[in-house]
Design a protein around this ligand. Sequence first.
Ligand code: KG4
Ligand code: ZN
Length: 335
Amino acid sequence: MLILGIDTSCDDTSVSIVRDGRVILSNCIASQILEHQQYGGVVPEIASRRHCENILPTYEKAFEKANVTLDAIDAIAVTAYPGLIGALLVGVSFAKGLSLASGIPFVPVHHLAGHIAACYLSNATLEPPFLCLIASGGHTHLVEVRDYTQYHVVGRTRDDAAGECLDKCARAMGYPYPGGIAIDKLATTGDATRYPLPTPRVNGSPYDFSFSGLKTAVVNLIHNANQRGETLKMADLASSLQGKIVDILCEHTLMVAQELGYQRVAIAGGVAANSGLRETMAQRCAKAGIEFVMPSRNLCGDNGAMIAAAGYYHYREGERGDMGCNAMATKELGS
Ligand code: KG4
Ligand code: ZN
């Protein structure tokens, strides 16, 4: 079964074709990063405009690369929520129009279900159940993946997402958007013990995360150093910050996996591309006797292939969108 996957939830226009939820025939992405970098983050109005311009050429490229035609497609999967509303609307309107014109059914997909499904694309034999940590620019969730289309969120951030914390700290340190990538590179040469940082906890909700206190600690460190005329070692700060975030993410995930009795743990989302997180989570899972899976690095960030993979499983369950389907800026996974 061939699924066309479309994601326009943030600053990437992506169209892909995936066979049986597992095999990528094409995964085309038109990135807008260079333009948004000038503003230090994603400008929603610019993102929507670029999606409008990019969607058709990216769609055509996806078919060319996969070497198939539209009549071979069984269903169109599109991210309908959550995300930037103007950006989502471009993908959803495109999918609805294509469905109406071609008679091919479409399936609205939750963006986080897509991030989880990226694990199926990189791990051919992976099956639910497993516990998945999703860490991206907008979300930090711990999700029980009970079945291919059954998700239960057991923990989440109460304030900033892990990626948002990395991006904002990197910006304060003078590095371009998206800062997580710059921090990852810098951290490899730094000393993680040089700048002790706090471990924020959420009172009474041990499964939840909090990252805003960590962000404030880094911003204050930079501010105080500037006032005293001191120069911070950026590689050491990057390494200390990444080390702390990785430690929080790993500690939480393993604690929840053990308490809920999961033998298999996955990571997903843009931050899952982080080399420190990939290495540390693998080591700690091995030590705890827990199987660990992750998407290949190129499938951690937003892409249409993960939406096609998730769409395949939801389509198999009989889920369909109709012309009344609308994009939504927020929506709980599993609701
Ligand atoms: O999943 P994603 O592409 O978009 C959202 O759905 O938010 O995640 C983007 C986030 C950004 O915060 C970016 O800084 C972070 O993922 N990111 C990384 C790395 N690559 C991307 N964070 C840490 N290390 C990386 N290598
Ligand atoms: Zn994402």
